[in-house]
Design a protein around this ligand. Structure first.
Ligand SMILES: *[C@@H]1O[C@H](CO)[C@@H](O)[C@H](O)[C@H]1NC(C)=O
Ligand SMILES: *[C@@H]1O[C@H](CO)[C@@H](O)[C@H](O)[C@H]1NC(C)=O
Ligand SMILES: *[C@@H]1O[C@H](CO)[C@@H](O)[C@H](O)[C@H]1NC(C)=O
Ligand SMILES: *[C@@H]1O[C@H](CO)[C@@H](O)[C@H](O)[C@H]1NC(C)=O
Ligand SMILES: *[C@@H]1O[C@H](CO)[C@@H](O)[C@H](O)[C@H]1NC(C)=O
Ligand SMILES: *[C@@H]1O[C@H](CO)[C@@H](O)[C@H](O)[C@H]1NC(C)=O
Ligand SMILES: *[C@@H]1O[C@H](CO)[C@@H](O)[C@H](O)[C@H]1NC(C)=O
Ligand SMILES: *[C@@H]1O[C@H](CO)[C@@H](O)[C@H](O)[C@H]1NC(C)=O
Length: 495
């Protein structure tokens, strides 16, 4: 009875705490809800204390005094928690990859992208595998072949320009550069020293470099941007999903991000925690992982989803130009993710163009001045077939800074995660195609909005589309300057 009782008393304590609150201040309906949930919990504990826990365990089989056995029953992990994670076997296009006639073209595509992956090594390994007689050597050769083949990147779109960043094609420039009659300030100056609502320096006391606090109205602006973006995407038929931020490394690798390379961008928990799960750098990994090993019906496609998540990135590069709110270890982002069929061969290109036009609409309605770039081969990550970036003019850094990008990954991720659909034309299972795009990466949106809208006398008008989400607040101005917290004593070094 021990554990059972402890749960019950803690439940009762919460309830009496609520009762205390109701006597001493106004009761809120959410507290009423909490109360009713708790009373239900207590009831179910009283009636069916056993059914809620897993009884199928060897520990339970051993004869025990009843109080001990019940304690063990409650402390035994559910069976499900002990299941190890397994990735599906990747279903690569082996006929294509192992056809020697394709080798030179594949080689050329990889070298144009400056990608890793060696098609000739793949071919050699496959020859060796054919010759090998010993079964155990065969298996290790096969594994080596698969891991080498997984390094081969996707192909670039035929219209993608060959070259590095400088070859990016400007597709369109939206909005106008404002003629400021004063030296423009950066976001750290405007929102930090100016409004005292941003702390992006001297943070050694809690989180160190490349981290930040948003306070007061700036924290509210973050919420407003997210809410505005969600509302617009809901109108466009995107389904909102709230995703986990912790993912097994296999899922992240299958999306085309290396978790185990020396310069990995991915934070990983200790192997004893959650099988060494990683902190997701972006929500579409969780969305892609959701569909692992699943087959969709044709009428589900194209599938449009969005997720708001906290994104975590190791960001090892040290460049002074990326200081401040620019390259940060954590941020909130709304991401779009889509799955398409591959029947007429145009579906994923269409969804990519749709996502790009949504990004354009979201940012131009916010009044931003930006440009759309068709990215060249060397800028494509391993999974990408084609990629567009959107950059705003950042007055503080006097440069174009990326605020969003979208890519089509064709079947690259679906082949690794085993995501399929039933093709109505052939009745066969085919791999879906995936597309993703950034709808709102908060720190860079805040930077763009504040730096582009700054006026003389520290006035910062807010975009009209955000007013309803800011409780009618139309601008930030010098009068809103927050006072610092009053600490009566500080031992901090930066004080
Ligand atoms: C909460 O529940 C109590 C008791 O049922 C009721 O008197 C009170 O009006 C409720 N408060 C709110 C805000 O709904
Ligand atoms: C996916 O399917 C494969 C079989 O193809 C299986 O071995 C694997 O455990 C599955 N993984 C997950 C996470 O469901
Ligand atoms: C593949 O095998 C050929 C002939 O055995 C050899 O010359 C070549 O160096 C090998 N290439 C790679 C990348 O292993
Ligand atoms: C990359 O894309 C092409 C077509 O877009 C697809 O057929 C191929 O399987 C993909 N390559 C890899 C290595 O995933
Ligand atoms: C390989 O790359 C070239 C140049 O980027 C491109 O024109 C060609 O279509 C690519 N091949 C495939 C199969 O995608
Ligand atoms: C950060 O610390 C430096 C050096 O102590 C100081 O000059 C600067 O004013 C501090 N910045 C803020 C925003 O407190
Ligand atoms: C912002 O501008 C101020 C003053 O012009 C400068 O001292 C500071 O280093 C800049 N901050 C960033 C992050 O660029
Ligand atoms: C999403 O897009 C980026 C670039 O726009 C690409 O590098 C990445 O692989 C994509 N990620 C996922 C998980 O789809």
């Amino acid at each position: 009875m021990l554990c059972h009782c402890r749960l019950l008393t803690s439940a009762l304590r919460s309830v009496s705490c609520l009762a205390y609150q109701s006597q001493h201040r106004k009761m809120y309906s959410s507290q009423n809800l909490t109360y009713s949930v708790w009373s239900k919990k207590i009831k179910s504990l009283k009636e069916t204390p056993r059914k809620r826990f897993n009884t199928d365990s060897t520990l339970m089989m051993a004869p025990q005094a009843s109080s001990t056995s019940q304690r063990q029953e409650l402390s035994t992990e559910p069976e499900e928690w002990r299941q190890p994670f397994h990735l599906p076997e990747p279903e690569l296009d082996w006929d294509f990859l192992l056809n020697p006639e394709n080798a030179d073209m594949i080689y050329k595509n990889i070298s144009n992208r400056k990608g890793i992956g060696d098609i000739y090594k793949v071919l050699n390994l496959s020859k060796e595998l054919k010759k090998e007689q010993d079964e155990s050597k065969k298996e290790s050769l096969r594994q080596l072949l698969v891991s080498e083949a997984l390094d081969i990147p996707n192909f670039s779109h035929p219209d993608t320009v060959i070259g590095d960043e400088s070859q990016a094609k400007v597709v369109e420039i939206v909005g106008k550069m404002k003629e400021l009659k004063f030296p423009p300030r950066n976001v750290s100056d405007l929102a930090g020293r100016g409004l005292r609502m941003l702390r992006d320096e001297n943070l050694t006391f809690s989180t160190g470099a490349k981290t930040y606090y948003l306070e007061d109205k700036l924290a509210k602006l973050e919420r407003a941007l997210v809410a505005y973006t969600i509302d617009r995407l809901l109108e466009k038929g995107f389904e909102l999903v709230s995703v986990p931020d912790l993912l097994f490394p296999g899922v992240i690798d299958s999306c085309g991000f290396k978790t185990n390379s020396g310069r990995s961008q991915v934070y990983q928990l200790h192997e004893k925690c959650l099988q060494g799960a990683c902190l997701a750098g972006t929500a579409e990994m969780s969305l892609a992982g959701y569909f692992m090993n699943e087959t969709l019906a044709m009428n589900e496609l194209p599938k449009r989803m969005m997720a708001v998540s906290r994104c975590y990135r190791a960001e090892a590069a040290e460049r002074a130009i990326e200081k401040g709110l620019y390259r940060v270890h954590h941020f909130t982002k709304v991401e779009m993710f889509g799955l398409t069929a591959h029947e007429d061969g145009k579906e994923n290109e269409q969804l990519l163009q749709e996502i790009l036009s949504i990004e354009k609409e979201l940012f131009s309605d916010l009044g931003l001045y930006f440009r759309i770039l068709d990215m060249p081969t060397q800028e494509l990550g391993a999974p990408a077939h084609r990629k567009y970036d959107i950059e705003t003019w950042m007055y503080g850094k006097k440069m174009w800074g990326e605020i969003s990008s979208c890519s089509s990954c064709t079947d690259y991720q679906a082949r690794r995660l085993n995501i399929k659909y039933m093709s109505p034309s052939t009745g066969q299972l085919k791999h879906v195609h995936t597309v993703n795009g950034t709808a709102c990466a908060v720190p860079r949106m805040i930077t763009s909005i504040l730096e582009q809208n700054q006026e003389k006398g520290r006035k910062l008008p807010l975009p009209q589309v955000l007013w309803p989400y800011m409780d009618g607040e139309k601008e930030f101005n010098a009068d809103m300057k927050k006072s610092w917290f009053t600490f009566i004593k500080s031992l901090r070094q930066d004080a």
